[in-house]
Ligand binder design. Structure first.
Ligand SMILES: Nc1ncnc2c1ncn2[C@@H]1O[C@H](COP(=O)(O)OP(=O)(O)OP(=O)(O)O)[C@@H](O)[C@H]1O
Ligand SMILES: [Mg+2]
Length: 360
């Protein structure tokens, strides 16, 4: 696949504070890449470097095979939607959309054509004569996206575009953004700290921490084979259960419990491992009832707490002294104090070295 954006050995520091450190990333043409990480990890900083709003301290940025490391933002062929989108309140929607194009001295018919196209795609045609104050949050957000769209570029940078919206609207606009990307086939670099947004939108997710990319992979890879305990814990809600124990002779031992590791696929470094380790198992990969019969590992627990969410019921219990959560069907009838038999397949688990926290 041809690359659309290449970031090579990028460094950025504010004074003595290193925010991005030797960061490398290649984004394919038409790819939807999501930058995901907790607050302060450097997501916006990276996006601003790509956009040319920050001067880098070292390294290079290429867009469509052109070195743009020192190019002006307007000369990079990108459209950006900011974390806090500000529309010009005194201008109509149409005015907001055309402002940048007029400044760039584009001919009037061309401006009209682009506004028509963007407003059709975003379904904001009936709103063109209104001012931002007369729009809902979601409509304003679509106008903000429209301002990037009219620039007629093929790389879009989105910095948490949905963070100001309520949950329902976020979910709706998420689908719209996905549809937009299908239609336009543009390259998308999208920042969020919402993992559902990341999982549903991305072709690939880059998990960032402390100014570096910790894992880069498809949503399936990140969810199924997290590279270390941090990523495992960060992705998934409710988060993964962790059990501390020891690997010995192909089993994972925790006090009196012993979990056979048949079927677990060790990575290159993990196969010969013996010693202290952490086993991670997702609440949705634990089964109860009749299904337990077919699982290689089974354990009896007592229900401590129940959290119904409607579609699912989360059951809290303890396994070998560790807090443990199980996701059951919302229809399940369980009560606090009840004894329950759980089972899971170690093939679905993740094992991490206790010291380095890397996947085994
Ligand atoms: N102008 C600045 N001067 C000094 N430090 C800064 C500056 N801008 C950002 N930082 C620091 O750089 C780090 C990364 O900031 P950045 O805005 O990229 O985080 P983020 O991942 O986008 O977080 P959020 O999810 O909260 O938006 C933070 O620790 C921040 O305090
Ligand atoms: Mg940010």
């Amino acid at each position: 696949m041809q690359n659309s954006v290449e970031i090579k050995n990028l460094d950025l520091q504010f004074g003595a504070v290193k925010v991005l450190q030797n960061l490398n990333l290649e984004i394919g043409k038409g790819e939807f890449l999501v930058l995901l990480g907790s607050s302060g990890c450097g997501k916006s900083t990276l996006l601003n470097c790509i956009a040319g709003l920050l001067d880098v301290s070292g390294g290079q940025i290429h867009i469509n095979d052109r070195n743009v490391t020192w190019a002006e933002p307007s000369d990079r062929g990108i459209g950006m939607v900011f974390q806090s989108y500000a529309l010009y309140p005194q201008m109509t929607v149409e005015g907001n959309l055309s402002f940048g194009l007029k400044n760039a001295k584009l001919p009037k018919p061309e401006i009209a054509k682009r506004i028509k196209h963007a407003s059709e795609v975003l379904q904001i045609e009936p709103l063109l004569k209104r001012k931002p104050a007369a729009l809902s949050g979601g409509q304003r957000q679509r106008v903000a996206i429209g301002r990037a769209l009219v620039r007629d570029v093929d790389v879009f940078l989105f910095d948490e575009p949905l963070s100001n919206l309520d949950a329902k609207l976020r979910a709706d606009l998420r689908v719209e953004i996905k549809r937009l990307h299908h239609k336009l086939q543009n390259t998308m670099i999208y920042v969020t700290h919402d993992q559902i947004e990341a999982m549903t939108l991305a072709d690939r997710i880059a998990i960032m921490r402390g100014g570096q990319i910790m894992q880069l992979g498809s949503p399936d890879e990140i969810y199924g084979q997290p590279i270390n305990k941090y990523v495992a814990d960060f992705i998934g809600s409710p988060s993964m259960n962790f059990l501390e124990g020891n690997i010995k002779n192909g089993t994972f031992e925790m006090g009196e419990l012993s979990i056979p590791l048949d079927g677990y696929e060790f990575g290159d470094t993990g196969a010969a491992t013996e010693g202290a380790a952490t086993m991670g198992i997702r609440p949705e990969h634990v089964v109860t009832g009749e299904l337990v019969e077919s699982t290689p590992f089974q354990v009896d627990v007592e229900v401590n707490l129940i959290e119904p969410t409607g579609s699912d019921t989360l059951v809290d219990c303890e396994v070998a002294g560790h807090h443990f959560r199980v996701r059951m069907d919302g229809q399940s009838r369980v009560s606090v104090g009840e004894k329950l038999r759980l089972g899971f397949a170690p093939a679905r688990a993740s094992l991490f070295d206790a010291k380095t926290e890397l996947r085994l």
